[in-house]
Structures are given as C-alpha cells and as structure tokens.
Design a binder for this molecule. Structure first.
Ligand SMILES: NC(=O)c1ccc[n+]([C@@H]2O[C@H](COP(=O)([O-])OP(=O)(O)OC[C@H]3O[C@@H](n4cnc5c(N)ncnc54)[C@H](O)[C@@H]3O)[C@@H](O)[C@H]2O)c1
Ligand SMILES: [Zn+2]
Ligand SMILES: [Zn+2]
Length: 405
C-alpha cells in the first residue's frame, strides 16, 4: 500500500484532494507540523482505514483564511475507522476494531489527562496545551479526511464500537461521536440544561443542531434555535425546536418573549463563534454579537455554554482588535448577572461512551437532527463549498465507499 488520498487546504477558499502517502507510526515533517513534533515516534498508535470523516465548521474557519493555517495542511479531525495496523506498545485495541477517534489528541499521562481535561493535554502540542488532527497551531498531527490516518495513544483514546455490524447500520449517527455530538452535548450540559430548562441555542449549523438535540435529551421544556439562515432553521424545526430568524429581527429578547412569555431563558449555548454576524436586516460580521446576546437573555445566575470557537489570531479580522481576537464584550453585564462561562475545546472523552450508548439504544437521533449527508472523498471540495454557502447538511466523507447508501 502506498497511496493515500486526502483533503488538503490549498489557499483561501480552496481545498483539493491529493495523495499524501500512506502513514506510519511516526509524525513526519509536513505543512503545519511543529518542528518540535517532527520525528515523534508513536508506537502507542494505530493506523486506521477511515470509514467516515466529517467536514466541520472548524475546518471552514481555516479554509476561509481566518486562521494562520499554512497551505498544504491536511484537513480532518472528525474520524471514525477500522484499525488495520497496531503499534508495538498498544495492548488492548486490536486489528479489525471499529473505533471513534476523539478529535482532541491526548496522551493519557499528564496532569490534565488524569483530571479528564483531555482537551488541554500538556504533552501533544509544543505551541500550547490541547491538540487536534488536521488543525492549525495544534502540533501538526496529520488530518483524517483521508483514506488512512495514524492515531496516537490508541489504548487511551479510541472508543471501540461493541458490534461492528450493528455499528455500520448506525454509522451516520456514530460518526458524530468524534466531535459534534459531544460538543453540542457539552455546550448544553455545561450551560446547566436539566429537566424543564428553557434553552436558547445560537447557531443552527451542525454544532447548534447537536446542542439543540442534546438539550432535548437532557430534558429541556423548550429549545429555541436562532440563526440567520432560513434553511438551517427549518432543519431545527424538523425535530421539534422553536426558531428565530435573526436576519429579520434584531431584538432577541422580544422574540424569546413571544415564544416563552418572558424575554429570558434558563440556559444558553453559543454554537457560532468569532465569525458571528450582527442581528437584523443588512447584518455584517460582528464577532461579539452572540456573547453579548446570550448574556442579555440568560437568567441571572445562569450558565453560558460556549463551544463556538474564538481565536487568538485572525488575519481576516474586521479591525486591529479582531485580528488578535480581542472582542467588545459587555462583561459587566455577565458579572452583574453572576453568569458562569464555559469555553474551550470539548473534552470529547467525557461524553462519547454515554452518547454512543444513547445512539445504539435508539435514544438519540443525531444523524437525522444534523441531516448527515454522505459524499465521496472526490466530492469533498464541493462539500466544502456547499457547507460554506450554508447548506443545512452535515457532510460525511466516505473515502472507501464502505457505507451502505
Ligand atoms: N469547542 C469545540 O470543541 C468545538 C467543536 C466543534 C466545532 N466548534 C465550533 O462551533 C462553531 C459552530 O460549528 P458548526 O460546524 O455548526 O459551524 P457553522 O459555520 O456551520 O454554523 C454556524 C452558524 O452560525 C450562524 N450565525 C452567524 N451569526 C449568528 C448569530 N449572531 N446568531 C445565531 N447564529 C449565527 C451561521 O449562519 C451558521 O449557520 C464553530 O465556531 C466551530 O469552530 C467548536
Ligand atoms: Zn469538528
Ligand atoms: Zn495528556
């Protein structure tokens, strides 16, 4: 085996499918690989034949040129696959296992990993704590929108599906365990959603839809999703959410009042991030919009789940402040309301096993909620373009054509 087709960032607005060569159990030099990570041996790792790998809004930040991602970076952090090779130091994961890969790479040996904070592992990224496959400033671990990928720390990280045949039946749901289902769930859970909660979810992209479905699973009495994209709002309504079209209305509190009879919710989740637009007609980018809006509408003493991504450097930022990720947030309001803010990458491993069981027992319908849509790896550039235009779909790449259509 020598070839390995992969989806590669090819400059602003462009991705291409290229052969990157079959991986081995070492992190080799390449675009975006931190020099301190070059040559890193991964006998604790495995090679996966990728079964599904999803396109994410996080990838789009890079492809839109809103990060310092270098050209040639191999994309893809949402990976599900079959183990076809195991490293010398892997004890329990076996060839043939079908597994979900948490998008956060974590060693399982550092203080943070021992405290279940696998999203800020101290040993995998020389730039800063925390890492991910195929992502800028994350150490250079090669992305998995490819036919084959190397996954380190396999025994610690991989979630093995108990029954391969059953898993392939539900693969479009299970593929969401590598990121967006845990991320949406973490957003809702860390916002304190419980039985009876009223919840506002900003953003009806895949993460917002996953947060909305998670809020339902956690027992919310009403879930309201806001976006500026009518097609995505219709998708949210398809599984029982209330919606607000923010391209038509600039006062979120008033809209919430029309639905709930009061302009406040118990919990709110930001599933938009730094590329947020302002509310109302003629809206343009205004990065602090969602953070300010959720402080405004969340009950005093409430919690704000913030999975939406905020960056420390944004070459496409609208002004000098935005270029260093400095936003105009009305923090005094959050302070006065005694809000709790929960930010950062999602610690996927905290949630993925429980959510897998909810899928396998038919309790969660995440593929339906996010409108999972299968494409081939050659269709990935079109998938990126459609997703960028706001398609109400979560694109799932099937690099080997192994999923039943
Ligand atoms: N924390 C994590 O670990 C984690 C994991 C996955 C994704 N993310 C981040 O979550 C965010 C959402 O991901 P996605 O894949 O759904 O992205 P997406 O780009 O598909 O969705 C974002 C949606 O927000 C909408 N939007 C823009 N401004 C808005 C506003 N003011 N109010 C409400 N909606 C608004 C857009 O129209 C779009 O539909 C991204 O920033 C992504 O990077 C974070
Ligand atoms: Zn993702
Ligand atoms: Zn660690």
């Amino acid at each position: 085996m020598s070839g390995n087709k992969a989806v590669v960032y090819n400059g602003v607005g462009k991705v291409a499918v290229k052969d990157i060569g079959y991986p081995d159990l070492v992190l080799r030099d390449g675009p975006g690989v931190n020099p301190l990570n070059v040559g890193r041996k991964c006998e604790h790792g495995v090679i996966l034949k990728v079964v599904t790998t999803n396109i994410c809004g996080s990838d789009q930040h890079m492809v839109r040129g809103r990060t310092t991602a270098p050209e040639g970076l191999v994309l893809g952090h949402e990976i599900t696959g079959e183990v076809i090779e195991v490293g010398r130091d892997v004890e329990y994961i076996k060839k043939g296992d079908l597994v979900s890969v948490p998008f956060n790479i974590a060693c399982g040996r550092c203080q943070m990993c021992k405290e279940q904070k696998t999203h800020v592992c101290l040993n995998v990224n020389p730039d800063r704590p925390g890492s991910a496959y195929g992502y800028v400033d994350m150490g250079g671990w090669v992305g998995g929108q490819s036919e084959y990928v190397m996954v380190p720390y396999a025994d610690f990280q991989l979630l093995k599906f108990p029954d391969k045949e059953q898993a392939m039946e539900k693969i479009l749901d299970l593929t969401m365990l590598s990121d967006i289902f845990p991320t949406g769930f973490h957003g809702a859970y860390s916002a304190g959603v419980k039985s009876g909660s009223t919840v506002y979810v900003a953003g009806a992209g895949p993460v917002g839809l996953a947060a909305a479905h998670s809020a339902q699973l956690l027992g919310a009495s009403a879930v309201i999703v806001g976006d500026l994209n009518p097609e995505r709002l219709a998708q949210a309504r398809s599984f029982g959410c209330e919606t607000i079209d923010l391209s038509q209305h600039d006062n979120l509190g008033e809209q919430i009042e029309q639905i709930l009879g009061e302009p406040v919710v118990d919990a709110a989740v930001d599933c938009v991030g730094f590329e947020a637009h302002g509310h109302g007609h003629g809206h343009t980018e205004a990065s602090a919009t969602v953070l300010n809006a959720i402080m405004d509408v969340t009950q005093v003493g409430g919690r704000l789940g913030i999975p939406g991504l905020y960056v420390t450097g944004d070459p496409g930022g609208v002004d000098e402040d935005a270029k260093i990720g400095s936003l105009k947030i009305r923090f005094g309001l959050g302070w006065a309301k005694a809000h709790t803010f929960v930010t950062g990458q999602t610690p996927v491993m905290k949630y993925h096993r429980g959510l897998m069981k909810m899928i396998l027992h038919g309790k969660a319908q995440i593929a339906k909620a996010v409108n999972a849509t299968l494409i081939s790896i050659d269709e990935a550039p079109n998938g990126y373009a459609d997703f960028d235009k706001g398609a109400a779909k979560k694109f799932v790449i099937d690099p080997h054509g192994s999923v039943r259509r």
